[in-house]
Design a protein around this ligand. Structure first.
Ligand SMILES: Cc1cc2nc3c(=O)[nH]c(=O)nc-3n(C[C@H](O)[C@H](O)[C@H](O)COP(=O)(O)OP(=O)(O)OC[C@H]3O[C@@H](n4cnc5c(N)ncnc54)[C@H](O)[C@@H]3O)c2cc1C
Length: 437
């Protein structure tokens, strides 16, 4: 097993994960007297909050991604390694890398300080066999695969002669009515009713059914009830059918099986299921926990100290979706939490002052279609066009890179006026394309 040299001067900080948390930690160390190595298995930062717009053809992949090397190119003390992290040896202070671009199977990367921010993945509630039929939106590959499947479903309906099968192709099921599920359902409805209607001649894409399945009794449970009700009404106006207090109990290539609150089961024939339900922490959380002989919590997150360090290892920090702070209230799995934690860790490393992390909640936003959103900002509840403008501004500010901001703004302006979507390309990511029912 090869080892990278650690003889250069300056403390070596290894940051695992170039997502929201890891990137803030790495950038927060730009003026520190340390060497920073950022390791990620992707060569780009993905702006996950807009992944659903790639999945529905509104934006293209390059507009929500930025190469990590480009982000850090002016940071003289930082370098980037493209590799998968497969183990941590906390006693020897090394990170073990795999899947290196030169084909090497293993490389040991020594560190003085380690920061891990590996994010999370969707959880299929113990039913991983559903995954091939219900792609998720956590990765760029997932978003591109979903786009291919959604667009293929309309193509299939166009040539389908059997009425029952055609209806199945035109039925879209989104599982989970959190912000991602709500945003996704709204976009699919708009794609069917606005964008594609003029493009197809043998089918009326406007007859497509979009079902939003939610086990709770309202959509957007992280928002106040009043905003949930407004969001549900806005969804219905777009043509989405929220099915509340309904649980998914089966997903196959051509149907979902649902269970209502009274325990009755029924099947919906569909070729397109989008998974936007529960999340589980990155497997890196489990690796860190087992390295210190601890357990993860129910969501697979590693428990950290209030300063975000690992118990018994003040030189190891973790941030973002994969952590829970010991003895503190659970924080939401959102980008601002990960970013603030990344910045806080960088400050501890820079100054040596170990202050407890304190989350500043700036609000909660979710958009429904092209001109409606709900927002709760410091107790102020907004819905409709004003909330949508707020949502738009916030996402543009947080998107990385001036070029991406400009391109996304132009795309949004264009599709607002024309109701068009420029990125309607069917390009499979390598997973199985949908088959005929
Ligand atoms: C579809 C969707 C929509 C969302 N919408 C919003 C929203 O509107 N607002 C909001 O605030 N939040 C939203 N979120 C949540 C937000 O994106 C996450 O909370 C945030 O990304 C967490 O940041 P992180 O740094 O913990 O992880 P991530 O940003 O996921 O970064 C993790 C990084 O670690 C890398 N990595 C993982 N494992 C390894 C490994 N073994 N080796 C090497 N690299 C590895 C990954 O490639 C990735 O780059 C959304 C999430 C999704 C999926």
């Amino acid at each position: 097993m090869a080892a990278t040299p650690s003889t250069e001067p300056g403390r070596h900080v290894v940051v695992v994960g170039g997502g929201f948390g890891g990137l803030q930690a790495a950038r927060g160390l730009r003026s520190a007297d340390v060497r920073v190595t950022l390791v990620d298995r992707r060569n780009f930062h993905l702006f996950q909050p807009l992944a659903y717009q790639v999945a529905t053809g509104e934006l293209s992949a390059v507009e929500i991604t930025t190469p990590l090397r480009q982000i850090l190119r002016r940071q003289k003390n930082a370098r980037v390694i493209l590799a998968e992290v497969k183990a941590f040896d906390l006693d020897r202070r090394v990170v073990v890398l795999d899947e290196l671009p030169n084909g090497a199977r293993s490389l040991e990367l020594p560190y003085d300080t380690l920061v891990v921010a590996g994010g999370s993945a969707y959880s299929y509630f113990g039913h991983d066999e559903w995954a091939p039929f219900a792609p998720e939106l956590k990765s760029l590959e997932g978003a591109l695969e979903l786009r291919a499947r959604l667009l293929t479903a309309f193509e299939a309906a166009e040539v389908e002669t059997n009425e029952d099968d055609r209806r199945a192709w035109l039925t879209f099921v989104v599982v989970g009515a959190g912000p991602t599920g709500v945003e996704m359902a709204g976009q699919i409805a708009e794609l069917a009713r606005d964008t594609l209607r003029r493009d197809f001649h043998d089918i009326d894409t406007g007859t497509a059914r979009v079902l939003l399945i939610e086990a709770a009794d309202r959509v957007l449970t992280s928002f106040p009830t009043r905003l949930s009700r407004r969001a549900a009404r806005a969804l219905e106006k777009l043509g989405v059918t929220p099915m509340l207090q309904t649980t998914v109990v089966g997903v196959t290539a051509d149907a979902v099986e649902l269970m209502a609150a009274d325990g009755t089961h029924h099947k919906v024939k569909t070729r397109s299921v989008v998974w936007a339900a529960g999340v589980t922490a990155s497997s890196l959380a489990g690796l860190l926990a087992s390295a210190i002989g601890a357990e993860t919590d129910r969501a697979g997150r590693v428990l950290v100290e209030p300063d975000l360090s690992l118990p018994g290892h003040p030189e190891v920090f973790a941030a973002g979706d994969m952590v829970a702070i010991r003895g503190a209230a659970s924080l939401p799995g959102v980008a601002p939490v990960a970013m603030q934690q990344g910045r806080s860790i960088a400050k501890v490393i820079r100054t040596g002052e170990r202050k407890p992390f304190h989350y500043v909640d700036k609000g909660n936003l979710a958009t429904i279609g092209r001109s409606h959103a709900v927002a709760e900002i410091k107790g102020l509840q907004l819905s409709g066009f004003l909330a949508w403008l707020t949502w738009l501004g916030v996402h543009l500010v947080y998107l990385i890179g001036f070029q991406n901001r400009l391109l996304v703004l132009l795309r949004w302006m264009f599709s607002y006026v024309t109701r068009g979507r420029g990125a309607r390309i069917i390009q499979h990511s390598g997973t199985t394309p949908p088959r005929k029912p």
